[in-house]
Structures are given as C-alpha cells and as structure tokens.
Design a protein around this ligand. Structure first.
Ligand code: HEC
Ligand code: HEC
Ligand code: HEC
Ligand code: HEC
Ligand code: HEC
Ligand code: HEC
Length: 344
C-alpha cells in the first residue's frame, strides 16, 4: 500500500499542470477504492461491479455520447447519470431483474413468501415528497427527532457506492462523526447470500425481508441521524419516545410476552392491509444471537427495534410503518403491530 501510494505520488507530481487535479482526484481515491474492493463491494467476489457500470471516463471525447449514458453531461465524478439517485435507480428501479428493486411498484418479492424486502421501497424517485418513508432529492428544512437541518437525502446519504464492511454497504457515519458499524455476521445475519454472479432468483432470496436476522446496532445506526432517539437522550426520567433495543419481557413493562411468543390471536395474521385483523410477526432483535437461526428464535426476551415498526426506505404506509397504523378509516390492521406485544 505504502509503495503504491508513493508510486502514485510520483505519477501525480510528474503530471503536467493541466492533468494535475484530474490525476490527483482519480488516483488517490483509486487507492482507497481498490483497497476496499476485495473485501466488500456488493459483498462477494463475483458481484464486484465494474467501474464502468457507474462511471464513464470519456463522456463525449469520441464525438458521440456512449449509448448507456444520460444526455447533458459530462457529470460530476464522471458518473453515467446527472444525480446519484438516477444512477442507482437506473438498475434499482425494477428494470434490472438481478438488482433488488427499491422503487414503487415492487413486484419481485410477490412470490417469495415475504411482503417486501428488508428495506422496503421509495414511493418516488425524488420529484415529490414521500409521506410513506424517506424523501429522495428533496430538502428537509427540519428532520424529525434530529438536530440536523436542511438535509437532502440520496442513496449515497446512507450507502457507500464503493462498499463498506457494513451490511448492505451502509455508511458507518451517515451524519458525520465516529458513527457506528453494522456488520453482516456480527450484528445482522442472513440465511442465504446473494448470487455470485447475481441472478434474479438469488436476489429475491437474498433481499427478501425474512432472509435477515438482527442482533444489534441497527437502531443506533438510524439514531445517528435521528439523534434525539439515541438511548442516552430517551431515558426513563426523560420519557419522550417508545424505547428501542429493550426486551419485550423487561421488568415492569406493559407488554404481554406470552402473547408475543404464542404468535396467535390479536395482532397476528397472514397478510398486511387486508380486511382481516392481524399482520405477520414483526421483526425483532436477539441480542444473544450467534447466527441466523438464533437471531430468528422467537422468545419472551426478543427486543423491539426501529425496524420492528419502520422500513428503512419506506413502504405502503405512512411514516414507513410496517402496518397501516396511521391510515385514515381505521383499517382492520390499524393496531395489529402494537397488539403483537401489548395485547391490550
Ligand atoms: C455502483 C456505482 C459505482 C461503481 C460501480 C463505482 N463507482 Fe465510483 N462513484 C460512484 C458515485 C455515486 C460516486 C460519487 C460519490 C458520492 O456522491 O458520494 C463515485 C465517486 C468516485 C470517485 C470520486 C471520489 C470518491 O471516492 O468519492 C472516484 C475516484 C471513483 N468513484 C472511482 C471508482 C472506481 C475506480 C471504481 C471501480 C473500481 C468505481 N468508482 C466504481 C459510483 C460508483
Ligand atoms: C449497473 C446496475 C447497478 C447500479 C448502477 C447500481 N447497482 Fe446496486 N446492485 C446491483 C445488483 C445487480 C445488485 C444485486 C447483486 C448483489 O448483491 O451484488 C445490487 C445490490 C446492491 C445492494 C445490496 C448489496 C449487499 O450485498 O447487501 C446495495 C445496498 C446497492 N446495490 C446499492 C446501490 C447504490 C447505492 C447504487 C448507486 C450508487 C447502486 N447500487 C447502483 C446493480 C446495480
Ligand atoms: C435513510 C437511509 C437510506 C437511504 C436514503 C437509502 N437506503 Fe438503501 N437501505 C438502507 C438500509 C438501512 C438498508 C438495510 C435494511 C435492512 O434490511 O435492515 C437498505 C437496503 C438497501 C438495499 C437492499 C435491498 C432491500 O430492499 O432491502 C438496496 C438494494 C438499497 N438499499 C439501495 C438503495 C438505493 C438504490 C437508494 C437510493 C434510491 C437507497 N438504498 C437509499 C438505508 C437507506
Ligand atoms: C442520513 C440521515 C438519516 C438516516 C441514517 C436515517 N434517517 Fe430517517 N430521516 C432523515 C431525514 C432527512 C428525514 C426527513 C425527510 C424525510 O421524510 O425523508 C427523515 C425522516 C424519517 C421518517 C419520517 C418519514 C415520513 O414519511 O415522514 C422516519 C419514520 C424515519 N426517518 C425513520 C428512520 C429509520 C427507521 C432509520 C434507520 C433505518 C432512519 N430514519 C435513518 C434522515 C435520516
Ligand atoms: C414500536 C414501534 C416503533 C418503534 C420501535 C420506533 N418507531 Fe418511529 N414511529 C412509530 C410510529 C407509530 C410513528 C408515527 C408517529 C407516532 O405515533 O408517534 C413513528 C414516527 C417516527 C418518525 C416520524 C416523526 C414525524 O414527526 O414525522 C421518525 C423519524 C421515527 N419514527 C424514527 C424512528 C427511529 C429512528 C426509531 C428507532 C430508534 C423508531 N422510530 C422506533 C413507531 C415506532
Ligand atoms: C416488538 C414489541 C413491541 C411493539 C410491536 C410495540 N411495543 Fe410498545 N412497548 C414495548 C416494550 C418492550 C415496552 C417497554 C419499554 C418502553 O416503555 O418503551 C413498550 C412500552 C409501550 C408503552 C408504555 C410507555 C411508558 O411510558 O411506559 C406504550 C404506550 C406503548 N408501548 C405503545 C405502543 C404502541 C402504540 C405500539 C404500536 C404503534 C407499540 N407500543 C408497539 C414493546 C412493543
């Protein structure tokens, strides 16, 4: 690494003035990118995306624009699209059957046995607000439960396009600072890995919701941006919000752990949003988990987390909630999620 850096420095210093910034930008970062590549990008060796899936090095020097590139460029960081959202969504909008679809309407999981993926989906690609989850490409002057202001989210606000050690390539520090890592096989487990090389059926199996089991740190990760939900802010003496990362059978809690474990009756059902009360068991966290199977073990000491109630991208219901809690007209499933733990 040291040698490579020295070598590149030589190239950089040897370059003419005109090329200086270009070469600096590309090569210095190339060192970082390449060093991260062997371990992480899209996580398996054969999945590593070629640079030219996302970058074009000579936009129109040949006189014509390359066929797969958006008109109006060249674009920042030599990307194929004018914005990061457009870049990611040109594959992740459902048009590429190998790429997990994150843009409404998502049909790829409909025969998978799950209602959606682990993160759910965005209602739109950024032209207008999304009341059912995170907004893309729209500036939020204030952010709920957060000290952040004027935030405009894009895919790279939460994911590193070049990969990280974290599950789903999420950023360690989405809000700056030290951040928190959430690693696959340490904090989150999966049953099957994605295809290597990717395929449509393997992506469905890998990214459907039930392929993940949770152990730790995902709520803390959300609270990086939603910092007023950090555990040290939300303590019993300063009770502002429903807790996360606590056990359902914690002492004195107004819950019904036996009902949760039984998994039948009020709150439990097979389909979300139908006319019959009850939704599939919500996601939970097992802080003692050591593998996928133990992370899925239903028990009275299962823990509630942000992803119990919310989908990271969004979904069919207000505030990215997993079931129609805030929907008008009090649907049959309005209280179902709450009832699974509370059975009031
Ligand atoms: C999945 C799409 C994707 C792939 C594949 C990809 N990049 Fe990038 N790259 C991006 C995006 C998006 C940015 C802009 C970063 C941002 O907005 O945070 C970027 C930025 C860069 C930059 C500018 C500085 C930086 O790191 O932010 C360099 C250099 C770079 N990429 C090199 C590469 C190389 C070399 C490869 C192949 C080994 C590669 N990229 C593969 C999407 C990609
Ligand atoms: C050229 C098509 C293409 C583009 C462009 C693309 N992706 Fe992907 N992405 C895929 C495919 C195919 C997969 C599934 C295969 C896999 O798991 O490696 C995938 C998987 C992923 C995953 C899951 C990775 C894992 O292992 O958990 C994330 C997260 C992701 N992409 C984010 C992004 C982001 C963010 C961008 C934009 C910077 C982007 N992708 C651009 C094709 C693409
Ligand atoms: C607010 C943060 C955030 C933003 C913005 C975001 N993601 Fe994600 N994404 C996540 C998290 C967290 C997960 C993992 C959720 C889980 O399964 O626990 C995820 C999962 C994924 C996956 C895995 C498949 C799935 O649906 O679970 C893909 C692919 C992906 N994101 C792509 C994208 C793309 C493309 C964009 C931009 C259009 C984007 N993400 C924007 C946080 C975000
Ligand atoms: C990069 C910072 C960032 C991260 C990380 C982040 N959020 Fe957000 N979140 C925002 C911003 C900005 C808004 C306000 C704009 C909007 O609605 O997207 C928001 C809004 C929300 C909303 C309200 C959505 C609505 O429809 O009104 C919910 C719910 C939410 N976030 C939950 C989460 C959860 C759960 C996680 C973790 C999976 C998370 N957030 C991670 C920045 C973030
Ligand atoms: C037990 C279910 C549950 C858990 C756990 C939970 N939420 Fe929520 N969240 C809700 C509900 C329900 C709402 C709708 C507003 C309300 O009732 O307060 C909501 C609203 C929100 C909003 C939007 C507030 C607004 O004014 O628009 C954000 C942001 C949010 N939650 C983030 C999080 C984060 C981050 C976590 C984890 C640290 C989390 N939530 C954990 C159920 C939950
Ligand atoms: C996965 C289990 C789970 C789900 C789902 C759940 N809760 Fe809770 N709830 C708990 C636990 C554990 C506690 C005790 C920790 C705490 O007080 O936050 C609790 C506590 C509460 C409290 C008491 C707070 C206090 O001040 O003592 C209320 C009220 C509450 N939940 C409402 C709800 C509502 C409304 C929903 C649905 C939107 C919901 N819960 C969904 C597990 C859950």
């Amino acid at each position: 690494m040291g040698i490579i850096k020295c070598f590149l420095k030589g190239v950089k210093l040897g370059g003419g003035m005109l090329f200086y910034p270009f070469i600096t930008g590309i090569f210095l970062n190339l060192v970082i990118v390449v060093s991260a590549m062997p371990a992480y990008y899209h996580d398996l060796p054969g999945n590593r995306q070629p640079c030219n899936d996302c970058h074009t090095l000579h936009y129109s020097e040949a006189g014509t624009r390359p066929a797969d590139v958006e008109p109006g460029g060249p674009f920042q960081q030599l990307l194929l699209r004018s914005t990061t959202n457009k870049l990611c969504l040109f594959c992740h909008d459902g048009s590429d059957p190998n790429a997990p679809d994150v843009l409404n309407i998502v049909t790829m999981y409909s025969s998978s046995g799950d209602e959606h993926s682990g993160a759910g989906f965005f209602d739109n690609s950024g032209s207008y607000p999304n009341p059912k989850g995170h907004d893309l490409g729209i500036t939020a002057a204030i952010v709920p439960f957060s000290s952040m202001v004027n935030v405009t989210l894009n895919c790279a606000s939460c994911h590193d396009p070049h990969g990280t050690p974290n599950y789903r390539n999420i950023l360690t520090s989405p809000a700056g600072g030290v951040g928190i890592s959430v690693e696959m096989a340490r904090d989150v487990f999966r049953d099957v890995p994605p295809g290597d090389p990717p395929s449509a059926s393997a992506s469905i199996a890998a990214y459907r919701e039930s392929n993940e089991g949770y152990k730790a740190n995902t709520s803390l990760w959300c609270a990086e941006c939603h910092d007023s939900l950090k555990p040290d802010v939300n303590i019993p003496g300063n009770r502002v919000h429903h807790f996360s990362d606590v056990q359902i059978n914690g002492a004195g809690y107004p819950t019904d752990p036996l009902h949760w474990v039984a998994g039948t009756g009020s709150g439990f059902g097979t389909t979300t949003g139908d006319a019959v009360e009850g939704v599939p068991r919500l996601r939970f966290q097992v802080s003692q988990a050591t593998d996928y199977i133990s992370s899925k073990q239903v028990g009275a000491d299962n823990e509630v987390m942000c992803a119990t109630c919310h989908l990271a991208h969004g979904g069919n219901y207000e505030k990215g909630l997993v079931w129609p809690y805030l929907e008008l007209g009090s649907p049959a499933d309005a209280n179902s999620g709450c009832q699974q733990c509370h059975n009031n």
